[in-house]
Design a protein around this ligand. Structure first.
Ligand code: FA5
Length: 342
């Protein structure tokens, strides 16, 4: 074995010193030192040696390995230096030119707008909460005053999981979770992804973002609600936008409203986003239904509250005049890059 190792050393050192380029050098490294290489193959015979022979052969094998590693490193450095020298000798090479600049990442516009809304609400004393995307029937429907067989369940087509759970169809289940978690009075927002088994078009996605907000206190009125929604929209758009308030039906609020914003893509003229109407449904809201307060463990005689569920994806579309919601979750980085700051 000693002879075999010596022969291997001599052969490998010669081959390495004559390796013409990096690729050949890599091949030689694999051939001699790789897991299935020549050195490993020889060392497989170690088991047949006597106990006296083994340390000597083992020590030699280590020497050979180290010698080969050193020779390979040395040859690699020589080849690199030669390559740089050759490059510098090229009259077309200009070492003073800047190299390729690394491309900067960018935040998704939904993230940017979510963070902006979080700042607005935090400044007004709202908690910022995060609730699960996989929900149970009790929080997504039952506790929100939508019992089984209630026709309102058809308003939000649901992705059911095999174990009876579901992907939340809106952020409203957080209302009940927040009421169970905090003692009133309190105010909170909870942004997040929601999922619906939807037919997709320019303004409907199966996965989109909402932010829910609630305020629980004594004597909360519609006037409180409208004031808060106006403050919110003013802060978001940083410009005057035309809105309209209509009665809206949601089983978990009474009274309920739909707050629409004039379509910012077509300035109210009518387009595919607003389906020609000039208005986009953006901010459903209302006073929390007594049944929901009760389900959340609060006495409706003492406590009242408002809630809203803002469609964040549509808000992004309005803010940046994006004509198709499918761009938002499309995963095309060129789309994101358009929103790079600075
Ligand atoms: C709800 O989800 C209620 N939970 C909102 C609510 C909360 C009402 C609190 C009252 C009190 P709605 O299904 O209308 O309501 O959805 C709310 C918003 O989400 C819509 O205004 C719209 O902006 C957005 N939205 C709804 N469906 C889609 C969809 N498929 N794609 C993108 N955005 C959608």
């Amino acid at each position: 074995m000693i002879d075999e190792l010596e022969a291997l050393r001599a052969e490998a050192l010669e081959a390495v010193s004559g390796a013409p380029a990096q690729a050949e050098l890599r091949d030689l490294e694999v051939k001699y030192l790789g897991k299935k290489g020549a050195l490993t193959a020889i060392l497989k015979g170690m088991g047949k040696l006597s106990a006296e022979e083994r340390p000597t052969v083992g020590a030699l094998a280590n020497q050979v390995r180290e010698a080969l590693k050193g020779a390979i490193e040395g040859r690699r450095a020589d080849l690199e230096a030669a390559a740089i020298e050759a490059l510098c000798a090229d009259p077309h090479f200009d070492a003073s030119l800047p190299g390729p600049s690394p491309s900067a990442g960018s935040l998704h516009p939904v993230t940017t707008i979510t963070e902006h809304i979080e700042d607005v609400f935090r400044a007004m004393g709202f908690y910022l909460l995060d609730y699960p995307e996989v929900e149970d029937d009790a929080h997504n429907f039952e506790g929100l005053n939508i019992p089984a067989d209630h026709p309102a369940r058809d308003m939000q087509d649901t992705f059911w999981l095999q174990d009876g759970h579901l992907l939340r169809t809106h952020t409203s289940p957080g209302q009940i979770r927040a009421m169970a978690e905090f003692a009133p009075p309190f105010r909170a927002i909870f942004p997040g992804r929601v999922f619906r088994y939807e037919r997709l078009d320019a303004s409907h996605e199966h996965t989109f973002h909402q932010v829910e907000g609630i305020m629980i206190d004594r004597d909360i009125s519609v006037a409180n609600l409208i004031h808060s929604m106006k403050t919110l929209l003013g802060a978001i758009f940083e410009r005057e936008v035309t809105i309209r308030l209509r009665p809206g039906f949601f089983p978990f609020v009474e009274p309920g409203f739909e707050l629409d914003i004039q379509c910012q893509v077509c300035a109210g003229e009518g387009c595919s986003v607003c389906k020609g109407s000039g208005w986009v449904e953006l901010l459903p809201c209302g006073l929390i239904h007594p049944n929901v307060l009760r389900y959340g463990g609060l006495d409706p005689e003492e406590w009242s509250g408002w809630a809203f569920g803002l469609g964040l994806s549509r808000l992004v579309m309005m803010k940046y005049q994006i004509e198709d919601i499918r761009h938002l979750m499309g995963g095309d980085l060129r789309f994101n890059a358009q929103f790079r700051a600075g």
